[in-house]
Ligand binder design. Structure first.
Ligand code: URP
Ligand code: ZN
Ligand code: ZN
Ligand code: ZN
Length: 483
């Protein structure tokens, strides 16, 4: 255990309020706030001066892929390098994904990922993907929820002939998730349309990365989002849509919410800031480095996504951190459909969102906290252990220097990858110190991440959304006519 830590003079930002308050961390938890923090600081307490800075809950990235085997290769960042990069950027927890191959037992895949993640330097949890269906999958979902602290299941509606779910699997899995009090989540893209369009675009003689967005237009995402939302509505289960990238799916979410449906949307930092012009870069390696799904969109979509976050129609921000280097991307030199899909960002998310969100006045500091940690903690039932600065919460904190600047680059990043999708962007507002479990793990450029110090986070089922869903189902239950 690290020595107690007292952070003095910073403006503490929570999702509901800001105030200048001292914070005492003891044994990995927040032990006291305000005057009591100073009075109760034990002998040997280290003091950190936060004057002129904000103190925020550590970031939660609810969508990463460390050490992911995908499209015939494995990502550059593993659970150590990826979580270390996260800490350098002020993110202290990630939710990664266990992705079983079709026919692979969920529990086998889960144990494999738990083994890989033992070297993590930051706390982590897992969404588990449902990629096929039979009774054993349903049973394993039960075991994962009841015994392993998994409270969310992922469904890929794209990646045909690999991990794509058909409607039968979606329906069965959503229904089972509701029974178990676990959140179904979806990657919303119509995989059949993508498959068809990839072939059609290739037939037009377009084989480079510029073919990637042509094979995945916004309505491909909109269709899948609408379908998943409709299935969830019929079954009465809440639903969370990952990486909402376009107007079509953001509108689907807003419409459903206006009808009273519990639908939640996640946006990636990349989709908020990068547009589809990157795919027309004459350099193959550069254009290919941006190949991810859903693709970057024309600028008009970015404004819509920002408004979704500002209005509360979209809830969380993530990165989908999934890093492949130039040599790995080059596998798709003659066929864009073979370029491994994925981009980084776990290290940059907090800074680019502060710079583009708070500095521009789109978001208040409290709203920033909501979309970078608190909302994810609430939706995935980790609140108030995570996502808030309060007595008893985990001492996962980031001391945020609003005047500090940094120019983002692959040359200076901690991530192992050779590319940075935010290359050359100068941001104002950076983490000066990151504190994980009460320990300073990053101090003004000095990263002190230690493999194996991250803990697996068990997340209980039946978050507040499920209690509400059960009451709703009860009140709306149909009745037979007594004759
Ligand atoms: O392109 C992406 N997003 N790669 C990772 C897998 C996924 O779809 O999230
Ligand atoms: Zn996805
Ligand atoms: Zn992903
Ligand atoms: Zn390489």
């Amino acid at each position: 255990m690290s020595s107690p830590l007292l952070i003095r003079g910073a403006i503490v930002v929570n999702p509901d309020a800001e105030s200048r308050t001292d914070v005492l961390c003891v044994d990995g938890r927040i032990a006291a706030l305000g005057e009591r923090a100073v009075k109760e600081a034990p002998a040997g307490t280290t003091t950190l001066d936060g004057t002129g800075q904000y103190l925020l809950p550590g970031g939660i990235d609810p969508h990463t892929h460390m050490q992911l085997p995908f499209m015939g290769t494995v990502t550059q960042d593993d659970f150590f390098t990826g979580t270390a990069a996260a800490l350098a950027g002020g993110t202290t927890s990630i939710i990664d994904f266990v992705i079983p191959n079709p026919q692979q037992p969920l529990m086998d895949a889960y144990r494999t990922w738990r083994g890989w993640a033992e070297k993590a330097a930051a706390d982590y949890a897992f969404h588990v993907a449902v990629t096929w269906w039979d009774q054993s999958v349903s049973d394993d979902m039960g075991t994962l929820v009841r015994e392993e602290g998994v409270n969310s299941f992922k469904h890929f509606m794209a990646y045909k002939n690999a991990i794509m779910c058909d409607d039968e699997t979606l329906v069965n899995s959503f229904k089972r998730a509701l029974e178990l009090g676990a959140m179904p989540t979806v990657h919303a893209e119509n995989g059949e349309l993508v498959y068809l369009l990839q072939a059609e675009v290739a037939k037009m003689g377009i084989t480079g990365p510029e073919g990637h967005p042509l094979s995945r237009p916004p309505m491909v995402e909109g269709e899948a989002a609408n379908r998943a939302i409709a299935i969830a509505d019929v079954l009465g289960v809440p639903i969370y849509i990952v990486h909402v990238s376009c107007i079509e799916s953001a509108e689907a979410i807003a419409r459903a919410r206006a009808r009273g449906q519990r639908v939640y949307g996640e946006v990636l930092a990349g989709h908020l800031l990068i547009d589809d012009s990157v795919y027309r870069d004459p350099d193959f390696a550069t254009a290919a480095a941006y190949v991810m799904s859903p693709p970057f969109r024309p600028k008009i979509h970015q404004e819509f996504l920002w408004r979704g976050l500002q209005s509360g129609q979209l809830h969380t921000t993530a990165t989908d951190h999934c890093t492949f280097c130039a040599a790995q991307k080059a596998v798709g030199k003659d066929n864009f459909a073979k370029i491994p899909n994925g981009c980084g960002g776990v290290e940059e998310r907090m800074a680019v969102l502060w710079d583009a969100g708070v500095n521009s006045g789109r978001l208040t500091p409290s709203e920033f906290v909501a979309i970078t940690s608190a909302n994810a903690a609430k939706l995935f039932n980790m609140y108030p252990r995570k996502g808030v600065i309060a007595e008893g919460a985990d001492a996962d904190l980031v001391l945020w220097d609003p005047a500090g600047t940094k120019t983002l680059s692959a040359k200076t990043q901690f991530s192992k990858n050779d590319f940075n999708i935010f290359e050359g962007r100068t941001v104002r507002g950076v983490p000066s110190h990151t504190i994980s479990q009460g320990r300073v793990v990053f101090a003004r450029g000095d990263l002190r991440a230690e493999a194996g110090t991250g803990r697996y986070l068990k997340r209980p089922p039946y978050g507040p959304q499920f209690d509400a869903a059960a009451k709703r189902a009860h009140d709306l239950a149909p009745t037979a006519v007594a004759r």
